[in-house]
Design a protein around this ligand. Structure first.
Ligand SMILES: [Zn+2]
Length: 263
């Protein structure tokens, strides 16, 4: 019994030493604060409302949705057009694998004005395949650019990715990967995120929710109609750093209207 305990202590000591070494070499920090929800089994999206008792996950303004072009109402009110103010010197602070997605955190600098309210970019993360669908079509990648107002309301810009030529912006972000679940890496470098948008910025908009618990119904969604092109290798690298199929399924649209803003 004693010798077993000794072996155990030696193994523990060795693992602490080796963790320390890995940490120094790659500047990767370990964090373990993930909540219970996931994308599979007993903690999959169908169970989120039971897992998070005070969430909005059973609400009637949930996201994502399937957008049908035929039902989208064209909005030509110039005042409501989104204004994107992204700077090439905004600091990309760090990247983390939070167990649900790969998330890049940004310092203050990039912002948008939407319906006369200012929202600051906080973080961007990825879903593979996409959460929103357009006319039933699911894209290989959906990028969520999460912006928050002073009053803690969200506007999330959504960019789809299709496979083709490689994207420089995605390539640069992926240079900070791989990360295992719970790991993060400090970056603190200037990053020009304006490269992530499609050339034509025609977009759909609707009122919805966060697509992860607590599914708060405080999100204005802005979904670019045109996808950007990223390479298959880039898709696969993102996929390797996230849970398999990290998307929530389609939610009922109920009485909501989807607008189309042609630009
Ligand atoms: Zn998301």
């Amino acid at each position: 019994m004693k010798s077993l305990l000794k072996v155990g202590l030696v193994v523990l000591a060795l693992s602490i030493v080796s963790c320390g070494k890995i940490g120094q070499k790659t500047e990767v920090k370990e964090k373990f604060h993930d909540s219970e929800w996931s994308y599979e089994g007993e903690t999959s999206p169908e169970h989120w409302a039971e897992l998070e008792k005070n969430s909005d996950c059973l609400g009637n303004r949930q996201s994502p949705i399937n957008i049908l072009d035929i039902n989208a109402i064209e909005d030509d009110d110039k005042e409501s057009i989104i204004d994107i103010h992204y700077s090439p010197v905004t600091i990309l602070k760090k990247v983390r694998n939070n167990g649900h997605s790969v998330q890049f955190d940004f310092d203050k600098g990039d912002s948008i004005v939407y319906n006369k309210i200012n929202y600051n970019l906080v973080q961007i993360h990825f879903h593979e395949p996409s959460e929103h669908t357009i006319n039933g079509v699911r894209y290989p990648i959906e990028i969520h650019l999460v912006h928050q107002s002073k009053e803690k309301y969200y506007t999330v810009l959504s960019v789809f990715g299709v496979e083709g030529e490689k994207s420089e912006a995605i390539e640069e972000m992926e240079s900070f990967l791989p990360l295992k679940k719970g790991q993060e890496r400090e970056i603190n470098k200037e990053f020009d995120l304006s490269r992530i948008f499609p050339e034509n910025k025609t977009y759909y908009s609707y009122g919805g929710s966060l697509t992860t618990p607590p599914c708060s119904e405080t999100v204005q969604w802005v979904i670019f109609k045109d996808p950007i092109v990223i390479s298959l290798e880039e898709v696969l690298k993102l996929k390797d750093n996230m849970p398999l199929e990290n998307y929530r399924n389609e939610q009922p649209i109920n009485d909501r209207i989807v607008y189309l803003h042609k630009l």
